[in-house]
Write a protein that binds this ligand. Structure first.
Ligand code: G3P
Ligand code: MG
Length: 355
């Protein structure tokens, strides 16, 4: 980690604040930086490019391991970003790896959802693409999906045989990132969930179901918000509950859950410890480093601002106008401590207030 952080500042110079930045609608829209994000973030590094002010990206998005996301963000923003600074919606799934040991789990979503879970320590993971490809006819619309016929998957040699997959119960489904093919994913998840993990068989006990976030909408490149994982959850749940006698059981992670904000605070503390390098061992106060203020800079009132407000002290919420929120004043349901136009204005305010 040393290449990411500068030398230990004296005790009084240690930052008593940290910052959590939302990504979609604050730092990026699609793949493009917005709101002056590269120059705003650059102010948090010293002249030699080492991190000076502890900050993390606290996004509900995902689909790739944190290490890959960190190098992509580094390229897009022209900065040196450590994987430790990337907290995604699915990051807490890491804590569940031991629960499933060698059980078969299915990973759903854009990007490389199975690689994400494998990196977290899950030993028997299949992506929904691979899993569905082993069941002939499971998606009755597949031949009409031009994008899948071009890259159509089939049960390949590096996967367990078709018969082995038919016999293995799926113990859990993880919605790692936004579903690319709602019709196939809802159909196959419905099969997995109603049969106890054995599509095509009798009704069985519902396997576990985890969502990386519950965002109804988020800001991408299109001018108005796009439907997010929360919308996908509602679709799956209402279909399941209309057909199945028992209501769908599931757990959603991501902002605005208070534990996400607690965890972000802990990561920011780790960054300060890493920042302070070898002196950590001689300075027990560092282990208990507490921030006077932790700023959440977000674009979504019901997710970012609501979460920071619920988390309470030491969180301070800043709402930008570059994403989901497009109002002139403050949000009425979840008012932020401060409303600004862009992330650049947010960083400017923070540095003036703190330094
Ligand atoms: O799919 C991403 C979206 O749900 C939210 O991302 O960075 O705004 O938390 P973010
Ligand atoms: Mg956002």
């Amino acid at each position: 980690l040393s290449r990411f952080f500068s030398q230990l500042p004296s005790r009084s110079d240690r930052p008593s604040f940290g910052i959590a930045f939302d990504i979609d609608g604050v730092i990026l829209r699609g793949e493009s930086p917005i709101g002056g994000s590269p120059q705003a973030l650059r102010r948090l590094y010293n002249r030699s490019g080492a991190l000076e002010i502890p900050f993390v990206f606290l996004t509900n998005g995902g689909g790739f391991p944190e290490s890959r996301r960190a190098s992509e963000l580094s390229k897009l923003l022209g900065l040196n970003i450590s994987p430790l600074q990337v907290v995604q919606g699915h990051t807490p799934f890491k804590q569940l790896a031991h629960r499933f040991e060698n059980d078969l789990v299915v990973a759903v979503g854009k990007g490389e959802p199975a690689a994400v879970l494998s990196e977290y320590g899950f030993k028997n993971v299949l992506s929904m693409d691979d899993y569905a490809s082993c069941f002939d006819g499971i998606d009755p619309l597949v031949q009409y999906k031009m994008w899948t016929t071009a890259t159509k998957k089939s049960c390949t040699e590096d996967m367990p045989s078709k018969h082995a997959i038919y016999r293995q119960k799926v113990k859990a489904a993880f919605i790692v990132s936004d579903s690319v093919d709602w019709s196939r994913d809802i159909q196959v998840l419905f099969d997995i969930l109603r049969t106890g993990g054995l599509p095509g068989r009798e009704i069985g006990h519902q396997p576990h179901l985890y969502f990386a976030n519950d965002d109804l909408a988020y800001q991408a490149t299109f001018p108005s918000e796009r439907l997010g994982m929360g919308a996908f959850r509602i679709a799956l749940e209402s279909i399941f509950n209309s057909i199945h006698p028992n209501a769908l059981q599931y757990t959603s992670f991501g902002k605005p859950n208070p534990f996400v904000f607690k965890n972000a605070e802990a990561v920011l503390q780790q960054l300060v410890s890493a920042h302070c390098g070898t002196q950590l061992l001689q300075d027990s106060n560092l282990i208990d480093h507490h921030f006077g203020t932790v700023y959440m800079v977000g674009d979504n009132p019901s997710v970012d601002i609501r979460g920071a407000r619920q988390a309470g002290d030491p969180w301070f919420s800043i709402l930008t106008r570059t994403g989901v929120f497009k109002g002139t004043e403050n949000d009425t349901n979840f008012p932020a401590d401060l409303v600004v136009n862009t992330v650049e204005e947010a960083v400017d305010y923070i540095l003036k207030r703190e330094c």
